[in-house]
Design a protein around this ligand. Structure first.
Ligand code: 5AD
Ligand code: SF4
Length: 429
């Protein structure tokens, strides 16, 4: 987004470029856009997505210079671990996590089960410190376009499920989707888009290929696809068209919990989709829902370990929020602490991961975005779906930001990131 800093390519080897940001270097894949050494680029999610003329880049860098160092200092000052009175046994696990990230499942469960206020503070601060230590203050912000709320599936937790007849359905045309991305790029400087919909076969592969190609080339942006169950061939077409990332949650790694909330797909099929995407070399964003019926802390730890095993670069873990027009309407939502603990343990298990703060966390509590960012998170999405459609994409009720104008959402996110000392440098590969 507008909160973005260009970098200078200092070397390239086998499609991996080293990019300098005010003396700090990050790596990025150079297969989508191929720069020369010495050129200025924007990178997103570990991919170079756009070249920028030197004159323009140096002007932007000049404007950023002072702020960049100020943000760095501010993050450093905030990412401190204070003294907390915790048991020796808890301290040993935390120290081990910070030093090696090699926790056993039992140790991860111990962290996730704590309700002691001092232990919680130590856990969140350690996760924040590990994030700062390994990735600095880089933070990525992507725009999400929810282009259709039609869905053939009937996941028990989701308001878009096909049995929900109380919902007015919409589809954006390919032109509308491309226009939204172009406008968000031109007016607000977004440089990455997630194209998300229900499972909607109305959009043929060719239609999506056209949308991906146009957005990638016209906007110079990283394109994520989040369209669910399609064949490996289809995903390969999306990759060839210029998409480089997929967002596919496995929702729960426990086959019993999975089948309890999905009567029309199996966990195996879901995992196969993610493995296909990995084989195509997509950046993978995946994770699970926190708070599904009968889920235990042990299940969440299994979800975190599975996410790491799947070769995931980006963790997407968010709270389940009950929707009144679904079979899970009366299920309770998880506590804020459980969600924050999950993000913190994810950070300790995978220090270099991109860890997403979901809109569902913001919906759970208004402070969710800030709290997530100081408990291990370093990646955000802003909804850029046109206002009239946004409220119809009701996977859960009262979604945060639904009433905000996009400009307002961008302004408040930028202020939040500045207050936390986070800079829009790419997180790298
Ligand atoms: N609460 C929170 N997240 C939900 N999703 C669907 N329904 C809900 C809900 N009620 C999430 C799913 C899906 C993503 C697009 O939305 O995890 O992967
Ligand atoms: Fe459809 Fe996705 Fe909702 Fe399931 S979670 S009903 S697949 S939109």
């Amino acid at each position: 987004m507008c909160y973005a800093i260009p970098g200078k390519v200092v070397s390239i080897e086998k499609d991996i470029a080293v990019i300098d940001y005010f003396g700090e270097t990050k790596k990025a894949r150079a297969d989508l856009v191929t720069p020369q050494v010495g050129e200025y680029v924007y990178a997103q999610g570990g991919f170079i997505v756009n070249l920028i003329p030197e004159k323009e880049a140096t002007k932007i860098l000049e404007a950023w210079k002072e702020m960049f160092f100020h943000l760095k200092q501010s993050d450093e000052a905030q990412a401190k671990i204070r003294e907390h009175r915790v048991s020796k046994e808890f301290k040993i696990i935390i120290n081990k996590a910070a030093q090696t990230s090699n926790l056993t499942k039992d140790e991860a469960v111990r962290l996730l089960k704590t309700t002691d206020s001092e232990e919680l503070k130590l856990l969140f601060e350690t996760a924040n410190q590990v994030r700062h230590r390994d990735l600095g203050n880089a933070c990525c912000v992507h725009g999400i376009i929810e282009f259709s709320n039609h869905c053939t599936k009937s996941c028990s937790y989701c308001g878009l499920r096909n049995q929900n007849t109380n919902l007015q359905r919409y589809r954006m045309t390919p032109e509308q989707i491309i226009n939204v991305a172009e406008k968000a790029t031109q007016d607000l400087g977004f440089k990455a888009f997630v194209l998300q919909s229900g499972e909607d076969e109305f959009y043929s592969d060719d239609m999506l290929v056209k949308v991906i190609k146009e957005i990638q080339t016209k906007c110079g942006a990283l394109v994520f696809v989040s369209v669910g169950n399609r064949s490996k061939k289809s995903y390969q077409k999306f990759y060839d068209a210029g998409a480089r990332a997929v967002l596919i949650r496995f929702e729960s790694s426990n086959p019993k919990i999975y089948s309890n909330v999905h009567n029309d797909s199996s966990l195996e099929e879901r995992l196969q989709l993610i493995k296909n995407a990995e084989e195509i070399s997509f950046l993978i964003a995946t994770g699970s829902l926190i708070g599904l019926p009968n889920q235990t802390e042990e299940d969440i730890v299994e979800d975190l370990f599975l996410t790491r095993e799947l070769g995931t670069e980006m963790y997407s873990f968010g709270p389940f929020l009950p929707h009144p027009d679904t079979p899970l309407a009366n299920q309770s939502k998880p506590s804020l602490d459980l969600v924050l603990k999950t993000l913190a343990v994810a950070r300790l298990l995978d220090p270099e991961a991109k860890i997403l703060i979901t809109t569902a966390l913001e919906t759970l509590v208004p402070e969710g975005k800030r709290l997530g960012l100081i408990s291990g998170g370093n990646s955000l999405m802003i909804n850029v779906t046109p206002q009239s459609y946004k409220e119809l994409y009701s996977i859960y009720p009262n979604k945060a930001g639904t009433k905000d104008e996009i400009e307002q959402a961008v302004d408040s996110t930028v202020s939040l990131l500045k207050s936390l000392g986070r800079a829009p440098t790419d997180l790298g590969v």
